[in-house]
Design a protein around this ligand. Structure first.
Ligand SMILES: *Cc1c(COP(=O)(O)O)cnc(C)c1O
Length: 349
């Protein structure tokens, strides 16, 4: 799993538009909270009461519905372990993913001993509801869904998720809402979770809140469902820096709103540029855009790299030949990327 993230050697001043990180940085209030840590606070095992309470308040659920994790990655791993435990080589338990998807689902499922079953997205990258339901078997123990989806930025219809949860009561339905801050409707709602106790919603503070380096995420489900998953999460998996960062980040709604607006404007600016260049792209509800450069994809990625701008070539993913994923964060960064794309494609200077 550790090998999975695209680790690029890049100069310190490189523009990172390849991992959908927050290009504006986190709130200053987070740094103030980190500076406020005492030598004693660093010396004792952390208390999560405040971070859990702040997250529960944000999401409108009781704190018993919240499990903090060391980034959502750990939440994905813990859910995969809980669901696939007991899998045997002779009769493997199955994890279902809709591909192309976030790599961690398959990596974590394999690490947990499960077999990965992949369902391709439909024509035009549409969510394949019928095919997903058809791929369920008695061995399916976890289904990974992402809304908005990565790498398309498309919302998975809420009704489709609920339909899957209804027909697969024995499987955990893992709804990864890493990008929900940017668009779409959350499934976090205590009465819905109570009706579908197999639903687990994943959240991260890495993207909209800019805490990727601190590592903080959360799983939201009924207390009984979380109880199963807690068995796979060490008691102190979040360090004290992340524990104080979360409430501080959540309090700074001005910074958060500013960033959401930058992302919205960035997408508008990038769409306009791609239209001008005659290129097609997917209209995204997340903080990135999947754009089709066709035969020029490799050239564009290399040309941007030569200009210190890093984007993600998704050509290797099913159905994504010629597609590049570009993070759309701070508008000035997006404009720098657009100028570089125009240089590479049009030879402009
Ligand atoms: C970035 C991302 C995550 C990882 O979040 P962390 O909290 O940084 O571990 C999870 N799911 C998806 C779909 C992502 O794109």
């Amino acid at each position: 799993m550790t090998a999975m993230y695209e680790k690029l050697t890049m100069p310190a001043n490189g523009l990172r538009l390849h991992l959908n990180e927050n290009t504006g940085g986190c709130s200053q209030a987070v740094l103030d909270a980190l500076r406020g840590l005492t030598t004693q606070a660093a010396a004792v095992y952390p208390d999560y009461t405040e971070a859990i309470a702040a997250t529960a308040t944000l999401l409108g659920v009781d704190p018993r519905y919240v499990l903090l994790t060391n980034g959502l990655d750990e939440g994905i791993f813990a859910a995969a372990l809980a669901a696939l435990r007991g899998s045997a080589a002779t009769s493997p338990l199955e994890a279902l993913t809709v591909v192309p998807a976030f790599d961690m689902y398959a990596g974590c499922s394999r690490a947990a001993g499960g077999k990965v079953v992949e369902v391709p997205l439909g024509p035009g990258f549409a969510f394949p509801l019928g095919e997903t339901i058809a791929a369920l078997t008695p061995a399916t123990r976890i289904v990974f869904l992402t809304t908005p989806h990565n790498p398309t930025g498309f919302i998975v219809p809420r009704d489709s998720i609920i339909a899957i949860a209804g027909v697969a009561p024995e499987a955990l339905i893992f709804v990864d809402e890493a990008y929900i801050d940017f668009g779409g409707e959350t499934l976090i709602d205590a009465s819905l979770l109570d009706c579908y106790p197999n639903l687990v919603v994943g959240r991260t503070f890495s993207k909209a809140y800019g805490l990727a380096g601190l590592r903080a995420g959360a799983l939201i489900a009924t207390p009984a469902t979380l109880e199963r998953i807690r068995e796979s999460v060490p008691p102190y998996s979040i360090n004290i820096a992340a524990a104080v960062a979360v409430p501080a980040a959540l309090r700074d709604t001005v910074h958060y709103t500013w960033y959401l607006n930058e992302v919205r404007e960035s997408k508008r600016v990038l769409y306009a540029a791609l239209d001008r260049l005659g290129l097609t792209y997917l209209r995204s509800d997340a903080n990135f855009v999947l754009a089709r450069f066709g035969n020029s994809a490799k050239n564009v990625v290399a040309g941007l790299r030569a200009r210190n701008i890093f984007v993600r070539d998704r050509s290797g993913d099913p159905g994504c030949e010629g597609y590049v994923r570009i993070t759309t964060g701070v508008v000035a960064h997006t404009q720098a990327c657009i100028a570089a794309i125009e240089e590479v494609l049009c030879g402009a200077r």
